[in-house]
Design a protein around this ligand. Structure first.
Ligand SMILES: C[S@@+](CC[C@H](N)C(=O)[O-])C[C@H]1O[C@@H](n2cnc3c(N)ncnc32)[C@H](O)[C@@H]1O
Length: 254
């Protein structure tokens, strides 16, 4: 019982941090500001979304995924909905796409009937969601049979807390250090001066087993190298250009 209360308290503190720092995300990761979104993430989601018309974007932020899919011209969704718990994100999403349907809601309690969508997208969201069991269950519930779930994460193996490129001048070795991979943990990182964002780390098997348990079967998994625009901006990553930052899963509901 006390664990449950504790989880709820942490989840609500995490949501408050996102509320406070929504503008940091909007300014730095949307509207062309981020090469990984422009060169890799948005094109991949667009390619995997072809032919789907009832789309739900979970943790939509300022709505860039719904905007991209709506603007694509071909196979424009009949129904594109974005949900996010942050008021500041939902307000900005509505401002940026007048015609969009954006609602305040969390992944673990979605305000939709069973099998309402043929495509659900969650992009860089579940590493901020504490209640992962109920959130994946909800994704499966709102998805119709044969529907698709596109699931993008910061690579859970290679981007654990305390992972990174090590240049050891004493041993004259260079390598990518992996943090405490098996430890499920919540950390609050100062991603920029005075900007604090909560991250939940869990091993990849935790996600894969949850997907399968909820009838979401993996059809394709991608671990793309960081795109050229990112490498050009992040000189320190050049030597680690073969370490993926992103993990993308295309799953189908049976
Ligand atoms: C890194 S941003 C990604 C935004 C968007 N998916 C994109 O790719 O542009 C993460 C978003 O997840 C939202 N979020 C945090 N906790 C959530 C939860 N429990 N359920 C749904 N969304 C959540 C945050 O408010 C934030 O807008």
């Amino acid at each position: 019982m006390s664990d449950e209360i504790n989880a709820k308290e942490i989840e609500s503190a995490n949501l408050e941090l996102w509320e406070t720092h929504a503008k940091w995300w909007q300014d730095n990761f949307s509207e062309g500001a981020d090469p990984e979104y422009e060169e890799q993430i948005l094109p991949l989601i667009q390619a995997w979304s072809q032919g789907f018309t009832k789309i739900l974007d979970v943790g939509t932020g300022e709505g860039q995924i719904i905007r991209k899919l709506t603007a694509s011209g071909k196979d424009v969704p009949d129904l594109g909905v974005g949900i996010d718990p942050s008021m500041a994100q939902v307000a900005e999403a509505k401002k940026r796409l007048n015609s969009g349907m954006f609602l305040r809601a969390i992944a673990s309690e979605m305000p939709f009937a069973d099998e309402s969508f043929d495509l659900v997208v969650a992009c860089l969201v579940f590493e901020h969601v504490l209640e992962v069991d109920s959130a994946i269950k909800e994704v499966a519930r709102v998805l119709e049979k044969g529907g698709r779930f596109i699931f993008l994460l910061n690579h859970p193996l290679l981007q654990t807390p305390n992972s990174g490129w090590i240049d050891d001048h004493i041993l004259m070795e260079q390598y990518w250090r992996i943090g405490d991979y098996l430890k499920e943990d919540v950390t609050v990182e100062e991603v920029q001066k005075d900007v604090f964002i909560p991250f939940v780390h869990r091993p990849l098997s935790r996600y894969v087993n949850l997907l399968v348990r909820n009838g979401l079967y993996i059809e394709e998994m991608l671990e793309p190298p960081p795109p050229p625009g990112f490498i050009a901006q992040a000189w320190e990553y050049q030597q680690a250009a073969f370490i993926p930052r992103l993990l993308a899963l295309r799953t189908s509901k049976r």
